[in-house]
Design a protein around this ligand. Structure first.
Ligand code: BT5
Length: 330
């Protein structure tokens, strides 16, 4: 049997039996020697699994690591498309870059790329995304919807709703959506979404949906320039949150909203977006290239554009692009 398969089988045995499993029994079930078992157990320990071994009693799994290992994430996931294939890295430049390569190479729809850390995590228009190791969810999902490129911003809309639902469900934290691609808690950014695509004139080849979520980052570990504007779920909740359970729920919710979009269109999802939105009916200030606009956000359109009533009473539509939005009068 291949090493990786054997490693998984041993893990399965230990996981199933909450108590000690003797080396003899493992050896009998899997047909391997005691020294081979010892080698696999040590490998698992190096990955962060906490396994106690006692002579004569055998091995007991005490603690699984808070790592986003594919077999941990797949365990109990129950999705049919998203997360069937999970590609995992301890460290990578950017999960979006990797996911784009996979998209180019023809990887299957629903592939999820996850990394513990990103060296060059990206925001929009060349901005950076701080992605320290083991403290956040840095992920990208490969989608192949049959849509025109103009419809791509809808993926950001549905992702914002899906991730908001997942966070609320797992943590009870009152997170809201700030147009166009941020999730906020207590006025600070906890999550950013970066949707990128490869497209022809009238059809999309693939979409890479990138999500960066600050889960267990202590405030003092944020870079100085975002200390005032960023936060993590742990800071708000006052305790660590399981990244694995949260990632699973995010994948489930993404699948649910992705399927709903394909079946019912974006309108029902926009309804939820409006409910979670922190900008509708509030004063906003929008910076578009070197121009600044002040007004009240009125609504969001199916295209993802924001409708704003400006100070002079005119109504203007802002499309997702090189814009940033701040709470108004600021
Ligand atoms: C975003 O850009 O908010 C999209 C971020 C997407 C990150 C994910 S992680 C997985 C995937 N792989 C990638 O390489 N990217 C995606 P934008 O709206 O442009 O915001 C970027 C700005 O947010 C920066 O200029 C900083 O001011 C701020 N920032 C950087 N890191 C942050 C963090 N961890 N939390 C909150 N704010 C941050």
């Amino acid at each position: 049997m291949e090493g990786k398969v054997m490693r998984e089988k041993i893990l399965q045995l230990l996981r199933k039996e909450k108590d000690y499993v003797s080396g003899e029994e493992i050896g009998r079930i899997l047909g391997i020697s005691r020294s081979a078992i010892w080698k696999y157990v040590n490998g698992l320990r190096e990955e962060g699994y906490n396994i106690t071994s006692v002579p004569r009693l055998g091995y007991r799994l005490d603690d699984i690591p808070d790592l986003l290992l594919p077999e941990e994430v797949k365990d109990g996931l129950n999705t049919t498309l998203l997360g069937k294939n999970i590609v995992y890295f301890k460290e990578i430049d950017s999960t979006n870059n990797k996911c784009k390569n996979l998209g180019q190479m023809g990887s299957e729809e629903g592939t999820v790329v996850v990394a513990e850390a990103q060296k060059s995590g990206r925001g929009r228009i060349g901005r950076y995304w701080n992605s320290p190791s083991g403290m956040g969810i840095w992920m990208s999902v490969l989608l192949r919807p049959q849509i025109s490129p103009m419809e791509a911003p809808k993926v950001t809309l549905l992702a914002a709703v899906a991730v908001t639902s997942a966070i609320r469900k797992c943590t009870g934290i009152d997170v809201g959506i700030k147009w166009p691609n941020d999730l906020m808690v207590e006025g600070k950014k906890v999550c950013g979404i970066l949707t990128e695509m490869s497209a022809e004139m009238d059809s999309v080849n693939y979409i890479v949906l990138g999500i960066g979520l600050n889960v267990n980052i202590p405030l003092h570990q944020f870079p100085a320039e975002v200390q005032e504007t960023a936060t993590s779920l742990m800071e708000v909740k006052g305790g660590k949150i399981s990244r694995k359970l949260l990632l699973q729920e995010i994948i489930r919710q993404l699948e649910k909203y992705y399927f709903r979009w394909q079946k019912e269109g974006i309108a029902p999802i926009l309804k939820e977006w409006r409910r979670y939105s922190m900008v509708l009916n509030s004063p906003v200030s929008i910076i578009e290239r070197d121009q600044r606009w002040e007004g009240i956000a009125l609504d969001i359109l199916e295209s993802g554009a924001l409708i704003v009533k400006l100070m002079d009473g005119t109504i203007r539509e802002f499309s997702v692009g090189e814009v940033s939005l701040r709470p108004g009068n600021g």
